[in-house]
Design a protein around this ligand. Structure first.
Ligand SMILES: [Zn+2]
Length: 582
């Protein structure tokens, strides 16, 4: 029903965009250009700009796509000269789609301004029209943050004069919210993503961290993790083509310099984009993602112009390689099947490295005039060009076997809503039935001691697997893994996966025991338990003999018997989602 409403909405808005081209009565010079590269457009200016583009040019359409926490709707704008409703988003469309996301961190506004100019120049035929690729843009993703304008919250950043704040209308960092989807922004993004199903994705940011000569850095989704021909294509072709293309335009481009509080010359590793991050989320659907990170200390004008040129080069390459990208994307959708081994954790492979010809600045430790201790100081008058080791390979650390399906009990409707919001097909059992299933018991986990993005998430989660006959009740949810969202299903429903729903506190109620025993009553029953089960009694005696802490603690002993009796609740630490087949 929800989907139908959204589709209907598309029609209504789309039809309003199909009026004949009007006289160009609107000034399409952006705030960025008017201010000679010192200011970024306000949220209202951005939306007015795209509304006017859609009014004036048939190739541009603007859609409202769900709500955000700010109360304002999330917009999606497309550039597609061959528009028809069917070809725009249908799964059998010929063209690829590139989805560009801006202002997830509104203080990092470079992409907001660069995308406005890019769409104008596409609409006005100032740059070549891509033949095989639809360009779609979210003008501003974190609208609440964009409305919260100030001139201070990016303390290390060289412009613009004013900008939005990192937290959204409820102070969430949206670039950690793609899996847990606490915000309406994330829920609407997931709706957009499943509707658009892009082959390609760009998320525009500004970096923090070290100083170096480059304005532009690229942070591609980790290619070993993306896997298949698509992962190889990033590492062996696209990345080099992008660097070469920008080089021809006198823009240097380097991999994201993933170092903090030290200099890059001792080498650095590629950032591992787990599913909580934008490109980590898109990788779960085999979308080739790229985070653009401009350098915070470079002037705003230069950063926006660089972002524009980077996106332009990316589009040219993606359009030239469109059939290859579509082929690799389709092959990646078939990469995993039930019964296969699937990696749920990755670690750096320090045996495989690349040498970068890195353009940095000399740095030294000097006495701090603030603290009196030593501090890091870069000397921008001393640029260097030096080989630096880049660790850009990851290897599988932990795997699971992909089951045929997962069973989610009816009560966990919230989990099902989140799965469906990301386009996962969930069926319901038509009858009561008993299946032989793998059941997880949560063996151990650690919990963050400080608040993180609205949660106290778990980590280092370990499970024990048992085979049990499990009753699937009529109405329970079945999630088959032979669907396009396979990777999302595994990485959210396997508790040991880093960004699992378990780790994001969706199942915390099972971690707490609900019923206990009164020792003076339990004494008699405990005795009966031991006397009716000689094996249990032997095990109990052995434990008392070998474990002094146990033998000296009457409560531990009673509890030990309780937990081995039928009186102990089955749900405690029992992960309610079970695995069948595979
Ligand atoms: Zn950012």
């Amino acid at each position: 029903m929800k989907k139908f409403n959204i589709l209907l909405l598309f029609f209504v808005i789309l039809i309003s965009c199909q009026s004949d081209k009007k006289e160009n009565s609107f000034d399409f010079t952006t705030t960025f250009e008017h201010s000679e590269g010192t200011e970024t457009a306000t949220y209202q200016e951005v939306i007015e700009f795209y509304n006017q583009l859609a009014e004036h040019y048939r190739s541009v359409a603007i859609y409202e796509m769900g709500k955000t926490d700010s109360g304002e709707p999330l917009h999606l704008v497309t550039f597609n000269p061959d528009r028809s409703f069917e070809s725009e988003f249908s799964s059998d469309r010929d063209k690829n789609i590139l989805l560009i996301n801006n202002g997830i961190h509104p203080g990092e506004s470079d992409g907001i301004d660069a995308s406005m100019m890019l769409f104008r120049d596409l609409a006005q035929n100032e740059i070549d029209t891509p033949k095989n690729t639809i360009i779609a843009v979210i003008p501003v993703y974190n609208i609440g943050g964009a409305l919260n304008r100030n001139g201070y919250s990016r303390a290390n950043q060289n412009g613009p004069i004013e900008y939005g704040f990192r937290g959204n209308a409820r102070n969430y960092n949206l670039n950690r919210d793609f899996i847990k989807a606490d915000t309406r922004n994330a829920q609407s993004f997931n709706e957009i993503f499943k509707t658009v199903r892009p082959q390609l994705f760009i998320d525009n940011h500004v970096s923090n961290g070290a100083d170096y000569q480059y304005t532009l850095t690229h942070l591609f989704t980790q290619h070993d993790k993306l896997g298949g021909d698509l992962g190889n294509y990033i590492n062996e072709s696209l990345m080099h083509q992008l660097e070469d293309s920008l080089k021809q335009k006198d823009w240097d481009l380097t991999p994201y310099v993933n170092v903090f509080n030290r200099t890059p010359d001792r080498g650095f590793s590629q950032f591992l984009d787990n599913p909580r991050y934008s490109t980590g989320y898109t990788a779960l659907f085999n979308t080739l993602g790229l985070m653009v990170e401009t350098h915070m200390l470079k002037p705003y004008k230069q950063r926006v112009e660089g972002t524009y040129e980077l996106m332009r080069s990316f589009i040219e390459i993606a359009d030239k390689d469109a059939s290859k990208i579509k082929e690799y994307y389709n092959k990646n959708l078939e990469l995993y099947s039930p019964g296969d081994t699937y990696p749920i954790a990755w670690e750096l492979d320090s045996t495989k490295t690349t040498t970068l010809n890195f353009k940095g600045y000399e740095a030294e430790m000097i006495p701090s005039q603030v603290t009196g201790m030593s501090r890091l100081k870069y000397d921008t008058t001393k640029p260097y060009n030096r080989p630096v080791t880049y660790y850009n390979h990851y290897k599988q650390k932990k795997t699971v076997t992909i089951p045929e399906y997962y069973v989610i009990p009816t009560g966990y409707w919230n989990v099902v809503l989140t799965l469906r919001s990301s386009g996962i097909r969930v069926e319901r059992s038509q009858k009561d039935t008993i299946v032989h299933a793998e059941v997880y018991k949560i063996d151990s986990y650690e919990t963050s001691r400080s608040a993180y993005e609205g949660h106290y998430p778990h980590y280092n989660t370990k499970v024990i697997v048992n085979m049990e006959d499990v009753t699937i009740e009529k109405g329970d949810y079945l999630v088959r893994t032979d669907q396009n969202g396979l990777r999302y299903i595994i990485e959210t429903l396997e508790p040991e996966a880093v960004d699992s729903f378990f780790n994001w506190n969706f199942f915390d109620a099972i971690l707490q025991q609900k019923e206990y025993f009164s020792p003076y009553v339990w004494e008699e029953i405990a005795l009966e338990q031991l006397e009716s089960d000689p094996d249990l009694k032997q095990e109990f005696e052995n434990k008392k003999n070998s474990d002094p802490a146990f033998s000296g603690n009457w409560y531990m002993q009673l509890d030990w018997i309780y937990k081995r009796s039928p009186y102990y609740e089955r749900s405690h630490l029992r992960y309610p989602v079970v695995r069948v087949g595979g």
